[in-house]
Design a binder for this molecule. Sequence first.
Ligand code: UDP
Length: 413
Amino acid sequence: MNGLLEAYAGVAGRQVISQLHQLADHLKGMKVVHVNSTRVGGGVAEILEKLVPLSNELGLDTSWEVISGDDDFYQCTKAMHNALQGHSEPIDQRLLDAYEQTNRDNADKMRSQLEEADFVFIHDPQPAPLFSLCPGRRGLWVWRCHIDASRPFRPVWRYLRHYVSDYNASIFSLPDFAQDLPHPQYIIPPSIDPLSDKNIELPQEEIDEVNEKFGIAPHRPFLLQVSRFDRFKDPVGVIKAYRLSRKFNPDLQLVLAGGTATDDPEGEKVLDEVKTAAGDDPDIKILLLPPDSHRTINALQRAAHIIIQKSIKEGFGLTATEGLWKGKPVIGGDTGGIRLQVINYHTGFLVNSPEGAALRVRYLLHRRDRLEEMGAKSRKFVLENFLLTRHLREYLTLMVGLLHKADYRIELG
Ligand code: UDP
């Protein structure tokens, strides 16, 4: 067994790795290409970072391509993202022209690679038109939508649907997100990598150093949200919840840790709103971290008493799983993928308002026994449901299934 997979056997169990090999044996040597729109920042990049080398170790010839565009392109795809998550936001023709042109330019660069691939996974709307721009394609193409598209703004969905309906299949994170599309749709929730810098065990000294660096008092309760500065993540709502919680826990500290993804042009504006809402409260720390701050985020998640992810829309919310894996209950917005991860009174609490979040913070800080107990359950829940190995197994199963059109049965030992 090779190095990376061997290391995963230590966390997920040998049986899980042996199943991956059995599935991969049916796909050996096949060319697989993943395409998304950013190499760093955000959940998709986080997942591909490990999914790609692992599937290479299993004998598939896997690569990861990133499309790039100008400001108009990112403005367009951000508006699309917002519209798919329900904002009634028509998109200017000028921006749509930039979207199409960027895809044509990127197709020119990667056409031969995509056309030769046995499988192409296109992540999210940004590179969706590549399918129609590769007429010589010989493989199977899958559109992987990471967004909560359960109630999209119809005109924008109709526009995008025209690009994705001819794909061979699509993948959504939750059954609720599935759409009216003329091909098989698969439900595969995302995952975290337990061996990455973001999730690996850390020595206590490193956690202490991070606390010290950011002026966090370790003996005082600490609430953490790690997120891009995006309105759907509701950072201002988190500040409101913190202020309400302070009435009962005057010692409470809040850390909002974020950065900007290269494909998110709205980050700066939201950050300004957050700074205004925070005012000059010395117990609110707004941390702007460089994109490679994985160990720092890991340390913050381990140092925090409670993790919050108060999103009002969320495709999945990897940060919730990351928090649960560190044995912390998560207070999460009652939406999208967070509902898969946060089970009331077991792994955390689902909330619908700053008031609701504050109530749960108060409960958990008051009942430290429950906080500990829920934290232990949380870690186990991730071990069983949201590790990378489960995710990879489902991708491999989907590929074998598509290849053999489900007339083929594989018994996993
Ligand atoms: N993240 C990070 N730095 C930041 C903000 C987020 O490394 O400043 C990571 C975070 O730890 C998580 C991912 O980016 O792994 C965000 O994924 P999620 O699904 O929570 O949200 P998305 O950004 O994809 O909407």
